[in-house]
Design a protein. Structure first.
Ligand SMILES: [Cu+2]
Length: 168
């Protein structure tokens, strides 16, 4: 009888230990994706769309894709790419953005961007917008993203370009 009790205690311990180990592993995988320099453009008065830009870094050893984005200010956020078609700037909807292992993808004006539709709120600078990015490795990244006026946007892109030229 006493042996039985000890045995079940051992089983319980094994279960608890295994459970906390599994937890530790899943916590470790949470930081594969890093998002930096994210902002949402202030809405042009009279329209209901806006766009968002950021840099996505994949610190992991395998390729990860951004699959979808949701926001507290828009019922529909799409992944878009600007392309030149017959000398005209066109937007194309993408199903995902792939970020290869140890690489960084930059969403920027005239390139990849997120498009926010049916934005009802006024988007003023100083305000923050919540964006949740869902990745193919089941990672969810929730961000509080600042709204930038055109002047702030210009300044932000200038600093990040300068930062990158320092690497050369
Ligand atoms: Cu677009």
């Amino acid at each position: 009888m006493k042996n039985n009790y000890l045995f079940s205690l051992l089983l319980l311990c094994n279960f608890v230990c295994f459970y906390s180990m599994a937890n530790a592993i899943s916590e470790k995988t949470i930081s594969t994706i890093m998002v930096e320099n994210a902002y949402v453009r202030a809405k042009i008065p009279g329209t209901s769309i806006s766009s968002s830009y950021m840099e996505i870094e994949n610190k992991g050893d395998s390729s990860v894709s951004l699959l979808s984005v949701s926001s507290n200010i828009s019922p529909r956020v799409e992944i878009h790419q600007h392309t030149m078609l017959d000398g005209m700037m066109r937007m194309r909807k993408l199903d995902f953005i792939e970020v290869k292992a140890k690489e960084r993808v930059k969403l920027q004006p005239s390139g990849l961007h997120l498009m926010l539709f049916d934005v009802k709120n006024d988007l003023n600078a100083q305000q923050h917008v919540e964006l949740t990015l869902k990745f193919s490795n089941n990672e969810l990244v929730t961000l509080q993203v600042p709204v930038y006026s055109p002047t702030q946007e210009k300044a932000a892109n200038k600093t990040s370009d300068e930062m990158h030229t320092h690497h050369h």
